[in-house]
Design a protein around this ligand. Structure first.
Ligand code: PRP
Length: 226
């Protein structure tokens, strides 16, 4: 009798435990929520990244969403404040955070490029003289130029990087290109690609083991939903 009761209690327990997922605000946000909905998680409709509420649960209790600035998503996941996150691969690479990256989601595709003013495009990247490179991605920029033996002075910026050559702040930029419109409108052309990016699912190492069933359910659904 006791065994039967126990068995029923086990069956009655939810198939998946609640998972906390940090979602990057900005360009990725609405597509990330749409993807979660399309694979069966009932994310409330009308939720935007301008919401003042920064923590939202799905009505079935399967997901708790944290609305997070994109560069902070890997931090939430590495520390385990979120079991998983949806963010750009470029942001994960730049963060240097120790997280698993099990699923490429196939949206928000873009390229991290070296770009120069049109007038400089025909010249090779210089060797010898220290050139100034403005970027939101100093870690990847340093690695790119070091690998080529080029000495550069990296100027970290937090936005509107395309302005830097126009304003005389830098010779080159390293920045993300999606449609290419921002580069074109500021008289810049890409001369090399540093890395390709797209939205990815990242997972905390401990959650991957301790909450394996719920994490694998999320991974499986997102893989099938690509
Ligand atoms: C990103 C990126 C480029 C722009 C590229 O900036 O840094 O500036 O988008 O997109 P495009 O190729 O489609 O024109 P974001 O919009 O995130 O703003 P920010 O420059 O202020 O960071």
């Amino acid at each position: 009798m006791m065994v039967d009761t126990m068995a029923r209690m086990t069956q009655a327990a939810p198939a998946t435990a609640v998972l906390t997922v940090a979602v990057a605000k900005g360009k990725i946000f609405s597509q990330a929520l749409e993807r979660l909905r399309s694979v069966g998680y009932p994310v409330p409709v009308g939720l935007t990244d301008h919401s003042r509420r920064l923590m939202v649960d799905t009505p079935d209790g399967s997901l708790r969403l944290l609305l997070v600035k994109n560069s902070d998503v890997p931090t939430y996941v590495e520390y385990g404040a979120a079991d998983a996150g949806i963010v750009g691969r470029d942001v994960v690479a730049e963060s240097g955070r120790d997280v698993l990256e099990p699923v490429r989601l196939g949206f928000s595709r873009c390229s991290l490029v070296v770009a120069v003013p049109v007038s400089q495009a025909a010249k090779p990247l210089h060797r010898g003289t220290a050139l100034r490179v403005a970027t939101k991605y100093p870690r990847q920029t340093r690695a790119y130029f070091e690998a080529r033996g080029l000495s550069v002075d990296i100027i970290p910026l937090s936005g509107s990087v395309e302005l830097a050559p126009l304003a005389g702040l830098a010779d080159y930029i390293v920045d993300m290109v999606e449609t290419g419109t921002t580069l074109r409108e500021n008289g810049l052309v890409p001369v090399d690609t540093v890395a390709e990016s797209e939205a990815v699912l990242i997972v905390n190492r401990a959650s991957h083991k301790l909450r394996a069933a719920a994490v694998m359910e999320l991974v499986k659904r997102l893989e099938l939903g690509r």
